[in-house]
Design a protein around this ligand. Structure first.
Ligand SMILES: Cc1cc2nc3c(=O)[nH]c(=O)nc-3n(C[C@H](O)[C@H](O)[C@H](O)COP(=O)(O)O)c2cc1C
Length: 351
């Protein structure tokens, strides 16, 4: 049983997380896995109320459920067995029974972020339906997909406001750059953080980015308009492919975990269809703080920029109710240039 659980967890931790922060650890008792959140792992500004980490845990749980079927087990998931305030996000009991293997299993290992611009190949109605079906498979939520070119371009611009705020705000700038793994050696050593190769930057862009990691140089270049220039360039890539969103019934931690399960299934289906997938969440996540009046760090100018972008995101996606939990794009981007590493699952056996 120990080895089976370890194999399942190794598939589990292939899940995506904000800046590859991998905010999890596991306790195992016989055939039961307790999954714990590590609240200090992800960026504290973006990860408001642990929502980004809860999405990542949803993806982790979905991987575990799928990998269990491969081993002939059914994974029974109970969210927050000790209450929603607890760091114990789930209790997963493995039951040996006749199960149908999930065909998405092999894509757990090939799925990766693809930040390249996507070619204007649209999803067929069959592919869209398969994506919409995901909410039924998980049992809650709603998926929106938008592929009208004008709307996609506008959304690309809205998403890119993140870069202006991130480069012009000292705290966000420092958090972001402290997460970047610039070289292959650094990536191999740390096995967490944002691997520069996956950022799809051309060598001169990478050189400029390295310069920007120094706050003083960054401030000087921001005065000359570099943050707005980068946002404009990134908007071109963000505004390609099909843009999607996952809407949940409410803002509870359970809903964010279910949103993460939906996201992961959609991402695996995208991989199965040979499409790239790219969560783009900065504006939506910063707006969650602003909406709750919990903005301790953003200037008034940035708050106004974010509000305007967020309202346009809602308008372009046609959102009038529910909780917008994550925004992403799907499309034909070819192979990503790099793949992020993973730490071994951190496991403790309890009696
Ligand atoms: C909740 C969440 C939010 C994310 N937000 C962004 C984002 O705004 N921009 C981005 O480029 N990647 C985003 N990512 C992708 C992660 O950076 C990526 O999954 C991680 O670096 C690991 O890489 P992998 O998915 O290739 O394994 C997000 C992932 C999660 C789970």
């Amino acid at each position: 049983m120990k080895q089976i659980i370890l194999d399942i967890l190794k598939a589990g931790v292939r899940a995506p997380s904000g800046d590859n922060s991998q905010p999890w650890r596991f306790e195992i008792k016989d055939n039961v896995i307790f999954i714990y959140n590590l609240p200090e792992k992800d960026n504290p500004i973006f990860n408001y109320k642990q929502r980004g980490s809860h999405i990542a845990h949803g993806a982790l749980i979905e991987n575990i459920v799928i990998a269990a079927t491969e081993k002939g087990y059914k994974a029974l998931v109970v969210l927050f067995p000790h209450g929603a305030e607890s760091d114990c996000v789930a209790q997963v009991t493995l039951e040996q029974t006749l199960v149908v293997k999930d065909p998405l299993f092999s894509f757990i290992f090939t799925r990766a972020i693809n930040r390249k611009p996507y070619r204007q190949v649209l999803l067929s109605s069959e592919q869209k339906n398969s994506i919409f079906e995901t909410t039924k498979e998980i049992g809650s939520g709603r998926i929106i997909l938008v592929d009208d070119m004008n709307a996609v371009k506008k959304l690309g611009k809205d998403f890119s406001i993140n870069e202006i705020v991130m480069l012009e705000n000292r705290d966000l700038h420092n958090y972001f750059f402290s997460d970047v793994r610039w070289t292959d050696e650094e990536e191999q050593r740390e096995k967490t953080g944002l691997y520069a190769k996956t950022m799809e930057l051309k060598p001169p862009q990478l050189a400029v980015f390295k310069l920007l990691s120094h706050w003083r140089i960054n401030t000087l270049l921001c005065k000359l308009g570099i943050a707005r220039f980068i946002a404009k360039e990134n908007a071109k890539g963000y505004g390609t492919g099909t843009i999607g969103a996952i809407i949940m019934e409410d803002e509870s931690p359970e809903s964010y975990i279910r949103a993460g399960r939906i996201m992961q299934r959609v991402w695996l289906k995208a991989a199965q269809m040979h499409f790239g997938f790219h969560p783009i969440t900065g504006v939506v996540y910063m707006m969650m703080r602003i909406r709750d009046n919990r903005n301790e760090v953003l200037s008034d100018v940035h708050v106004n920029l974010l509000r305007k972008a967020y309202h346009d995101i809602e308008a372009q996606l046609g959102i009038t109710s529910g909780e917008l939990t994550i925004t992403f794009r799907i499309g034909d981007g070819g192979e990503p240039s790099g793949y992020s590493s993973r730490l071994e699952p951190r496991v403790e056996y309890i009696t």
